[in-house]
Design a protein around this ligand. Structure first.
Ligand code: GUN
Ligand code: ZN
Length: 437
């Protein structure tokens, strides 16, 4: 079996970096090597040491002076919203009704779903993201299309057919029973096939009847190892409508709690306006709050209080995601730049090591997949991004005055986008699509 030996400046995190001087939180090699075989990283460290472990025929690729990091992880995005992104002038509920639901009706057509799944994963990988937790449309065919495309590329992705049976147009509605049956069939076909993971995906409480949340609950009980993903506390009108629809619930989180949907594999998009009780409930169950900065700014939803959630007595597990197409960019670098600004508006700062921890190991921990991805550790899957901090004239000029790794990372976050992504490896294979394709 042929192997690949990568050379470059390698950076991988071991834990949350408290400060920019917290060197033991990461492993950085100025002349690093990664030996890839059978889709895995079989050796990592100083190039001179790793080279000794490479077999005679190993293919050598020299990425110096660029940075090699674990591929970025996007824990919340909607693949059927590629033609919703950049839709003007509405807050969440109007935006869903005016743009999103009509667009998602097109995924009744399996061919359309296959085309968009292909273009979505092209776009994601082109931006340096190697794992995404994706919402499909309500149609079973859309999830089939997503998983088939993901499996063909040998990507580790998490996805699910959205369950929604009310408060939306006929063309994007299922029923409690059909949602259960379709989810069951998709789980049987795709979960654990290669690197595919199924997520039980009730869209949110507004579009799921109590009967449907009962079905989601049954699916979670029957498949306790699966992820569950939904939306929570994004927008004030959404919260008010939810409490009207679920009058017995003490708050929005309680709606999901009642159906047993909280837990360590549960991913809650947004979580902006949580009460202390709701945050405690998420923390007690190890549920994950997914911060979606470009989306929250674009839809005017609010400012996620990242540092408060992290530092409270009962801290939240936090992921950071694009939320395309409410989110406005596929790039996790652009996402983290906007995240930095949201956190700044809350009077706090995130240092660049913390940002890159979040995009890699942090998001992998939040998704409970850190045993496979999110680091460059020996034994990990070989999902890798190659970053060039001099990718544009403005970046090159600014790099003239950047002396430290922290400055370089911050520059990548602040000025970088897909142009800074030189190459991407998915399960050990170079995978960056051609721009013209
Ligand atoms: N809440 C329910 N559905 C959606 C969606 O598609 N995008 C966002 N941002 N919020 C939602
Ligand atoms: Zn979303």
């Amino acid at each position: 079996m042929t192997s690949t030996l990568l050379r470059g400046r390698t950076l991988s995190f071991l834990r949350w970096p408290e400060t920019v001087d917290d060197h033991s939180a990461w492993r950085y090699e100025d002349d690093g090597g990664l030996l890839l075989r059978n889709g895995r990283i079989v050796a990592a460290g100083a190039y001179a040491d790793v080279e000794k472990k490479a077999d005679e025929g190993a293919k050598k690729i020299d990425h110096r002076p660029h940075l090699l990091l674990p591929g970025f992880i996007d824990p919340h995005a909607h693949f059927p919203q590629m033609q919703v992104i950049a839709s003007y002038g509405a807050e969440l509920l109007d935006w869903l009704n005016a743009y999103t639901f009509p667009e998602e009706t097109k995924f009744q057509n399996a061919q359309h779903g296959r085309r968009i799944a292909r273009l979505f994963l092209d776009e994601v990988v082109r931006h340096g993201t190697t794992t995404v937790a994706a919402y499909c449309s309500v149609h079973r065919e859309s999830a089939e299309a997503f998983f088939a495309e993901s499996h063909d590329r040998n990507m580790l992705n998490i996805a699910g057919k959205v369950m929604m049976d009310r408060n939306a147009p006929e063309g994007v509605l299922d029923t409690p029973q059909s949602a259960y049956d379709d989810s069951k069939a998709l789980i049987a076909e795709w979960h654990g096939k290669g690197r595919q993971h199924y997520a039980i995906t009730p869209r949110f409480a507004i579009t799921s009847s109590p009967e449907q949340l009962e079905m989601a609950s049954a699916l979670c009980r029957e498949h306790p190892d699966l992820h569950m993903q939904t939306h929570l506390s994004e927008n004030h009108a959404e919260i008010a409508f939810t409490l009207q629809l679920y009058p017995k619930a003490s708050d929005y989180t309680d709606v999901y709690e009642h159906y047993g949907l909280l837990g360590r594999k549960s991913l809650f998009g947004h979580c902006i306006h949580l009460s202390e009780r709701e945050a405690d409930a998420l923390s007690d169950t190890g549920s994950v709050a997914v911060f979606c900065p470009t989306s929250n700014l674009f839809l005017g939803s609010g400012l996620f209080d990242y540092q408060r959630y992290r530092r409270r007595e009962k801290p939240l597990r936090i992921a950071t995601a694009t939320d395309v197409g409410g989110g406005t960019n596929y790039s996790m670098l652009r996402t983290m730049d906007e995240g930095y600004k949201v956190i700044a508006l809350n009077g706090e700062k995130l240092n660049p090591f913390q940002s890159f921890w979040q995009l890699t190991r942090g998001n992998a921990e939040a998704l409970s997949i850190v045993e496979r991805v999110g680091t460059l550790d020996q034994g990990s899957d070989a999902d890798i991004v190659v970053l060039d901090a001099c990718a544009t004239p403005a970046m090159r000029l600014r790099m003239e005055t950047a002396d430290t790794l922290a400055e370089e990372l911050f520059l990548l976050q602040t000025l970088g986008d897909d142009r800074a992504v030189r190459e991407v490896y998915v399960a050990g294979r170079a995978a960056k699509p051609d721009m013209a394709a």
